[in-house]
Design a protein around this ligand. Structure first.
Ligand code: C2E
Ligand code: CA
Ligand code: CA
Ligand code: CA
Length: 279
């Protein structure tokens, strides 16, 4: 038994060491990666359910690593949230999204919005509002073009501070979206105090096939609540026709998911816009 335990422990130890080595490697490389242009934004379309029209996009970061290939955010964002680099990376993403919208406007394409993720760490930066405002203005865009997706779980950290920060962003004219809504962190009271524009339903609502009737009931309730509060609702993680029909049934406003398209390079998204303009 002792031998077994030793083996198990050594194995656990190895995995932990590898994890630490990987983290160290990423930490050593991240700054250079940013200056060398290894980070890139992908865009995933959002559609208006009524009329099936292209409504905008969400910017999702990718790391095109010279050795490891294209890395998904799950493999580096959690570390960047821990070591603070997320602040620099997010600013890069916001700037990239604005540059893309500028290019669309210059070509006379429809003025679609690109929403961006704001990490909980960003919310504690004193000058967040001004940083965002400067980026948007530098590209000659209206602030409403850059909706901010703030994850629901961020609202519980220090509710009063977060409410104040979000209020100041709202005052500057930013559209505020509560991301991953329904993961269970925020109270209805919090919802009431937050100057939100959009509820973005967590993907779990789409994937929970086990309790379908109940799920549909909850979605109906959320829609009603959103209507009452004057918010629009985006469903993400829509993968099937059936899910889409259920969302249509409850009157959801916008949809996003693999059923329509995966996140794609900006050039591909531009083609999508042009196609959507064809009569
Ligand atoms: P999120 O903000 O909730 O973004 C949605 C995630 O769901 C994206 O994963 C997207 O590719 C994925 N997704 C979209 N449609 C579907 C679908 O139909 N089915 C399934 N199974 N997944 C779908 P991604 O790009 O891997 O990003 C993961 C998370 O990483 C994001 O979750 C967000 O929390 C974070 N993230 C991504 N980019 C950024 C960024 O620029 N800044 C910050 N702070 N976080 C980011
Ligand atoms: Ca998001
Ligand atoms: Ca989400
Ligand atoms: Ca998420």
């Amino acid at each position: 038994i002792k031998g077994q335990y030793g083996k198990y422990f050594a194995c656990y130890d190895d995995a932990l060491r590898n994890e630490l080595v990987k983290e160290r490697t990423i930490t050593d490389q991240m700054e250079t990666a940013l200056t060398q242009g290894q980070f890139e934004i992908y865009l995933q379309p959002k559609y208006r359910l009524r009329g099936d029209s292209l409504a905008g996009a969400e910017a999702l970061v990718r790391w095109n690593h010279p050795e490891w290939g294209m890395q998904q955010p799950g493999s580096f964002i959690p570390l960047f949230e821990k070591n603070g680099f997320i602040t620099s990376l997010d600013q890069f993403v916001w700037g990239s999204a604005c540059a893309v919208m500028r290019a669309w406007d210059d070509q006379g394409l429809p003025p679609l919005n690109i929403s961006v993720n704001v990490s909980r760490a960003d919310l504690y930066k004193e000058d967040l509002g001004n940083t965002l405002l400067e980026i948007v203005q530098k590209h000659g865009l209206d602030v409403s073009r850059l909706p901010l997706e703030i994850t629901e779980s961020a609202y519980t950290d220090d509710p009063n501070q977060i409410i104040e920060t979000v209020n100041s962003l709202k005052k500057l004219g930013f559209v505020i979206e509560m991301d991953d809504f329904g993961t269970g962190y925020s109270s209805l009271n919090m919802l009431n105090q937050m100057p939100l524009d959009v509820l973005k339903l967590d993907m779990g609502f789409m994937q929970n096939e086990t309790a379908k009737p109940m799920n549909q009931g909850i979605l109906r309730f959320i829609m009603e609540l959103a209507r009452f509060m004057g918010l629009s609702v985006v469903a993400e993680g829509v993968e099937t026709r059936e899910q889409l029909e259920r969302l249509r049934e409850i009157g959801c406003d916008y949809v996003q998911g693999y059923y329509f398209a995966r996140p794609m390079p900006c050039g591909d998204f531009e083609q999508l816009i042009k196609k959507s303009m064809d009569p």
